[in-house]
Structures are given as C-alpha cells and as structure tokens.
Design a protein around this ligand. Structure first.
Ligand SMILES: Cc1cc2nc3c(=O)[nH]c(=O)nc-3n(C[C@H](O)[C@H](O)[C@H](O)COP(=O)(O)O)c2cc1C
Length: 197
C-alpha cells in the first residue's frame, strides 16, 4: 500500500486551502490506483498540528527531536510515501507556516516524492518554484505536472468557494500529476527501506 498525504499548506481563518484540498481528495478517490486499493490518500491539515515557530534546539538533520509536538509531527509525516502539497502564494512565495512545518523534520521527508496544487491571484507558480528548491534540500523529489488555480480562470474559488469546482483541464492535470507522484513514491521505496534497515 502506498500512502499519500494531501498537505494543506495554509492555516489562516477562511483559507481556500481547505476547499482546494477537499476537491483534490474527492478527485483523487477516482484515480485507478486509489480505486483499486493500491494507494491510500489522506488529508493532513497543518492547522490541526498548530506547530509553534521552530523551537527545537538541534537542527532536524540530527534527528534529535526534543519536543512532543515535533515527535507527533514526525510520526505523521513519517507514515507517508508521498505528498500532494496544496499551497497558496503569499508575497511571491509559499506560506511561512508551511516552511516552518518543513524545517521541523529531515529524515521523515527523505527519499519521498511531492506534487503540487497551487492557487493565488496568479496561480501560485512562484510559490511552487520556491517549494521545489526547499523540498530538494530535505531530499523530496518533486514531479513535473502541477495543478494551478488563478483568479483569471477560477475566480469563484476566491469569491464564492461554495460554488466553485475545478475545470476538466485541471482535473486531467491532477490525474497526470498523481500518476507521476505514485510512480515516483513507489520507485523511491528501496531507498527508504535502506535507511530503515
Ligand atoms: C499575505 C498574502 C499575500 C498574498 N500574496 C500573493 C502573491 O504574491 N501572489 C498572488 O498571486 N496572490 C497572493 N495572495 C492571494 C492569495 O494567494 C489568495 O488570497 C489565496 O486564497 C490565499 O490562500 P489561503 O486562502 O489558503 O490563505 C496573497 C494573499 C495573502 C493573504
């Protein structure tokens, strides 16, 4: 069984991240590997974990986690093989809460794969370009295909989220991204088991 987490990267009240992640989870349930029971998809919401600003005395690379909230977060992330990161763009980057959540851990991210679903006034492209660079440092391989929602194409997501649904173009993009993500998450399994051994 391959386990994929849909990670909600924004935490503010009224965020659109929940709406986007709900759509991702529902659309992903129809993916062939999920329907066949080979892949399990869960939503992981950063807001549920309420991580303080990084308060570990030792860098995550050492794996010497001192705080209970860090150990709990490590257990959550460590349980997945890959991630669909749902991120908005904030000031040409991704949210500080997401960077903080990445910085908390190291080994739990290593040799896993990520795909991106971004949104923002301009589709969140700049947020994802920065995420790819940051995730590479914790040894997460990021797949090419990206799903993106902008005010130009998906105005309702921002103005009337209850009435919004994704276009068939982005639904197809999601299916391709999941194909790539599942393939890479599986391909990297031998590296992860080497570390665990
Ligand atoms: C602090 C802040 C900064 C933003 N900066 C950008 C930006 O640089 N580029 C952009 O396209 N949209 C930007 N936006 C618009 C957001 O991407 C959009 O409001 C999105 O819904 C925010 O995600 P959230 O609802 O999950 O918090 C910004 C929004 C906020 C709150």
């Amino acid at each position: 069984m391959t386990r994929i987490a849909v990670l909600i990267g924004s935490t503010r009240p009224g965020r659109r991240g929940v709406v986007v992640a709900d759509w991702v989870a529902r659309a992903a349930a129809a993916h062939a590997s999920v329907a066949a029971g080979e892949v399990e998809i869960d939503v992981v919401d950063l807001a549920d974990h309420a991580l303080p600003l990084l308060d570990e005395p030792v860098p995550a690379l050492a794996g010497d986690y001192r705080n209970e909230h860090t150990r709990r977060w490590a257990e959550v992330i460590g349980a997945y093989d890959g991630f669909v990161v749902v991120t908005p763009e904030y000031n040409h980057s991704f949210p500080a809460a997401l960077k903080n959540a990445i910085d908390y851990l190291y080994a739990e991210w290593n040799d896993k794969a990520a795909g991106f679903v971004s949104y923002g006034a301009h589709g969140g492209m700049r947020a994802v370009e920065q995420l790819r660079t940051v995730l590479a440092e914790v040894k997460v391989a990021s797949v090419r295909t990206q799903v993106f929602f902008s005010m130009a194409t998906d105005l309702e997501l921002f103005t009337e989220p209850d009435a919004w649904t994704a276009s068939s173009y982005q639904a197809e993009n999601l299916a391709t991204m999941l194909d790539e993500l599942i393939a890479w998450s599986n391909a990297l399994k031998p590296l992860r088991s080497k570390v665990a051994a």
